[in-house]
Design a protein around this ligand. Structure first.
Ligand code: ATP
Length: 561
């Protein structure tokens, strides 16, 4: 079914190899154990076969070399060490969304298949339980059910029994055995408990990055000269990796053409269900948005935080405006009286204008900075926090373009809605003058563009903490580099301005007030050229497009955390 020949696997191109020249064959319809001391390269071998890590050598499916590794993924699924699903979904929802993402069929068939899969892995009683409430063993079973949603012919399981009590371990192995015997699957399972090897059809032993045995358990005991599998690792440590490798090579040579290295091509099975029935980009997009919406509503903590900043930040702006509102409203008073009174009135008017200008300018930049903070909260963790899950779903048939669009739509719409709400709330309560359309557009695009730029960082980085930190730095530098509060050195102004969203948000909002005394007052502060709203929206739109390009690029590249 699945073989590799002389497979060398590296963590990065040109880095030292972790697995050297591995040759192994996993026959169709068998339950195969992959064992070896901790850190010997079992997971790395599986990742090399699946092209998760860069590798050289050959991977064969049904004895035929693969034209591309994507071809492999139509038939082979990978259940990683830690099962991954959104904790806030129920078991049935997690499996249901996976089925919808990978299978193009009607709702009734999907529901029936969902029930069948839960039954198969023994989770039929747990359909309504939240994933985060499952035990370790139940999580592993869910992981298997999720892998089976694509109906693969071969399943590579990485330590799906590790850390479980003996009973749960037996139950998982029983599920794997049932998959082999009742469904005709081929299962390769990395396992640590050597006492369970008798339940497998073959054993593959990896030692220091090299395959040093493959065959039935009894023959393995004989090969290593031990009476119990539990003695294997002690025995391995008695000789060098080279000696074990040479010894295995001699066995393979003696067995001649019939063994692992020489896999005769089998007729290719009929077309896979995975690719032929894969839903369209649009259909996957709708499923992903529906899942995102459900997660938003389910995750009370995140929902509360998002609502708190969406509605709390505009209140904060108004609170800071309260003290200055009378002063702002009194700015347009005409100066009357005699010459001396006129001079005194002009001087005090100029002082009031300067104070008002500082206040108005400060309130506008405050709105913009708070929107940038909301954008960072919207986008920074969105992809990086679920990167492993995304990479797994992508291996199963999720299209990167559908995923990228779903994230873009979600964060951009959320950011734009926050910008619009900020505009409406603050404008109504502070009675800011200026065109509604222009100001709504400027602040909505500010919120959307910062959300999407932070989403872009999230797509490029594998760690959510790094993505959050970088986004916070990005927001933190917006204020000083905007040139609104602190004057920038002239040489720097146009070097940094194009990239600083807060300048464009601030200037675009302010210039929408051109016909008001507020604008005249700010003019007295001499902040230099102020961008009109249309230009500001254009530049912020360019930021948004740059962020979107990062999102598509980041989702396209492989990035296993
Ligand atoms: N991405 C990586 N970059 C660098 N080294 C890595 C990477 N992945 C694994 N390694 C190293 O490769 C070696 C093999 O790791 P691997 O996870 O394959 O071992 P394993 O046999 O599955 O171990 P365990 O049974 O403890 O899970 C280890 O020394 C590990 O530190």
């Amino acid at each position: 079914m699945l073989s590799c020949r002389n497979l060398t696997v590296r963590p990065k191109p040109n880095a030292p190899a972790l697995v050297h020249g591995a040759t192994a064959h996993f026959a169709a319809g068998g339950l195969h154990a992959l064992i070896g001391p901790s850190g010997c390269g079992k997971t790395t071998l599986l990742k090399g076969i699946l092209d998760i890590l860069p590798s050289e050598g050959e991977v064969l499916l049904h004895g035929h070399p693969l034209a591309s590794r994507e071809e492999l993924l139509r038939d082979v699924a990978f259940a990683p060490q830690f099962s991954i699903a959104h904790g806030k979904l129920t078991v049935a929802e997690a499996v249901g969304y996976a089925l919808k993402l990978y299978q193009k069929t009607d709702e009734a068939t999907l529901a029936a298949r969902n029930d069948e899969l839960l039954q198969l892995v023994g989770l039929q009683e747990r359909g309504a339980t939240l994933v985060e409430k499952l035990s370790g063993g139940q999580l592993r079973r869910l992981g298997l059910a999720l892998e089976l949603t694509t109906d693969p012919r071969c399943l590579l399981c990485d330590e799906v029994t590790s850390g479980l009590d003996p009973r749960s371990e037996d139950q998982i192995i029983a599920v794997l055995r049932a998959l082999v015997e009742q469904r005709g699957k081929t299962v390769v399972c990395v396992i640590h408990n050597l006492a369970k090897l008798s339940q497998f059809d073959t054993v593959t032993v990896v030692f220091e990055g090299v395959v040093v045995w493959q065959g039935p358990l009894a023959a393995m005991l004989e090969h290593f000269g031990i009476s119990d599998a539990l003695e294997l690792y002690d025995r391995l440590s008695e000789q060098t990796q080279e000696e074990w490798r040479d010894r295995w090579a001699a066995v393979v040579a003696a067995q001649g053409e019939s063994h692992a290295g020489s896999v005769s091509p089998a007729p290719l099975p009929a077309g896979s269900r995975r690719v032929s029935a894969r839903p369209s980009v649009g259909s996957q997009l709708v499923t992903l948005l529906a899942r995102r919406w459900r997660l938003l509503v389910r995750d009370r903590g995140y929902l509360l935080l998002t609502m708190a900043i969406t509605f709390g930040f505009p209140c904060l702006v108004v609170i800071f405006a309260l003290g200055g509102l009378p002063q702002m409203k009194g700015l347009a008073l005409e100066t009357t009286g005699g010459f001396l009174e006129m001079l005194q009135a002009k001087a005090s008017h100029r002082q009031a204008a300067a104070e008002t200008a500082t206040l108005v300018s400060g309130l506008i930049i405050f709105q913009v900075i708070l929107l940038c903070l909301m954008g960072s909260n919207n986008g920074a963790r969105e992809i990086a926090a679920e990167r492993t899950l995304y990479e797994k779903e992508r291996m199963s048939g999720l299209r990167p373009v559908a995923y990228a669009w779903s994230k873009l739509l979600y964060t951009a719409l959320l950011g734009a809605a926050q910008g619009a709400w900020m505009t409406v709330f603050v404008k109504l309560l502070c009675e800011f003058p200026g065109g509604w359309g222009a100001q709504l557009a400027v602040l909505s695009v500010t919120g959307a563009s910062m959300s999407v730029v932070c989403l872009g960082l999230s797509a490029m980085l594998s760690s959510p903490d790094k993505a959050s930190l970088l986004s916070i730095y990005l927001v933190g530098f917006q204020l000083p580099l905007s040139g609104v509060v602190l004057a920038l050195p002239a040489a720097l102004v146009w070097a940094v301005r194009p990239f600083i969203a807060t300048y464009w948000g601030w200037a675009g909002y302010l210039t929408a007030m051109t016909d008001s005394s507020f604008y005249d007052a700010v003019g007295t502060l001499d902040k230099g050229w102020l961008s009109p709203p249309l230009v500001a929206v254009g530049v912020l739109g360019a930021h948004l497009l740059t962020g979107a390009a990062l999102v598509f690029w980041g989702c396209q590249r492989k990035c296993w955390p």
